[in-house]
Design a protein around this ligand. Structure first.
Ligand SMILES: Nc1ncnc2c1ncn2[C@@H]1O[C@H](COP(=O)(O)OP(=O)(O)OP(=O)(O)O)[C@@H](O)[C@H]1O
Ligand SMILES: O=P(O)(O)OC[C@@]1(O)O[C@H](CO)[C@@H](O)[C@@H]1O
Length: 310
């Protein structure tokens, strides 16, 4: 089974406005209330790609209830641990530019954290554990390290799509897939990554530390996959961008869905990039038919440092 885990879910209140002026009253006639948070997006896309999975994490209050009901109507299995705190609402403003306002994550008790640990303990070598989204600063990094170590001991495939201080420590454990975007990769090393060569060099450092597959996503420029055996660049398909929120999560879902079926990282990379772009071209997350239409438009070629000028 594939388990996703979102410590900090959200409702993504997504508003489209022709123009957005900060400091003024802006009115929108098109709004959506999507269940969000990175692990939840991974779950929703996996389900759309025909891969059954279960969404774990924490949810509470009327917003948490809304998320659970929404996922139920889409056929996504959930097993959230209830919080007394209301799950956050993240605001996504779609105007000429995309502006986001994300709320803080929940404050969790030791008992609530222990419930998740016990769920992870029950996973085995046929399972995947996808830890995605921000990890509240109030939770010690050691807690997440313990989850990673349990995965390692039980040969659970551990996928990481998070940012912040815990990420660096977690990347010293046995990670199956990490998907930082360019900025997140830079933050890990305290550098700005502005070229493919730099992305390759820093991704290689993560591979050297033990991460099996590193995908550096680069928005409309595509993505880079580095493993100990291969380095591939994917150019993203062209299209009309509607809403890029969740495109990185869709990349992760597409990679996992294809890898679980074929165990071929290059194939999975193509499927992942097509999934990411298919989401960028929709208001909500991608559907399987969108992904399959884009597959042939993803150009993939080997990365060779000497051939790359930027
Ligand atoms: N403008 C775009 N045009 C085409 N494809 C895009 C565009 N933006 C994103 N994508 C696709 O989605 C993938 C992931 O995008 P990105 O690097 O923005 O992820 P991210 O920063 O993790 O996003 P998020 O956190 O919103 O999920 C890219 O590798 C690409 O395939
Ligand atoms: O605040 P975090 O946890 O870093 O990111 C949360 C979030 O921006 O990420 C998803 C898109 O990737 C959205 O659904 C959600 O609102």
């Amino acid at each position: 089974m594939i388990y996703t885990c979102t410590i900090t879910p959200s409702i993504d209140y997504t508003v489209y406005v022709p123009e957005f002026e900060s400091g003024k009253l802006n009115r929108s006639e098109e709004v959506y209330y999507y269940p969000g948070g990175k692990g939840i997006n991974v779950s929703r896309v996996l389900k759309r790609l025909g891969v059954s999975n279960q969404a774990l994490g924490y949810a509470g209050g009327f917003t948490g209830h809304y998320i659970e009901e929404f996922l139920k109507t889409e056929g996504v299995a959930t097993d959230f641990i209830e919080t007394t705190e209301i799950t956050r609402i993240n605001v996504k403003i779609k105007a000429d530019e995309e502006t986001e306002l994300n709320g803080p994550g929940p404050k969790l008790t030791a008992e609530q954290l222990a419930v998740l640990t016990e769920k992870v303990r029950l996973m085995n070598k046929d399972d995947w554990f996808v830890l995605a989204g921000s990890l509240p600063h109030s939770i010690a990094t050691e807690y997440f390290l313990e989850l990673a170590e349990i995965c390692q001991a039980n040969q659970v495939r551990f996928v990481l799509d998070t940012s912040g201080p815990a990420l660096e420590s977690l990347l010293t454990t046995s990670v199956f897939l990490a998907k930082p975007n360019q900025q997140e990769l830079g933050e890990l090393f305290n550098v700005e990554i502005s070229s493919l060569v730099a992305a390759y060099r820093y991704a290689s450092k993560l591979v050297a530390k033990g991460t099996q597959h590193v995908i550096v996503s680069m928005g409309g420029d595509g993505a880079l996959l580095v493993t100990k055996d291969i380095a591939l660049i994917a150019k993203a398909p062209q299209g009309t961008v509607v809403n890029t929120v969740g495109s990185g999560d869709s990349l992760v879902s597409g990679f996992i869905a294809s890898y679980a079926a074929h165990q071929d990282p290059a194939l999975a990379f193509r499927y992942g990039v097509a999934s990411g772009s298919a989401t960028a071209f929709r208001s909500d997350l991608c559907r399987k038919e969108d992904v399959e239409l884009l597959l042939d438009q993803v150009e993939i070629y080997p990365f060779k440092e000497k051939d790359v000028t930027k």
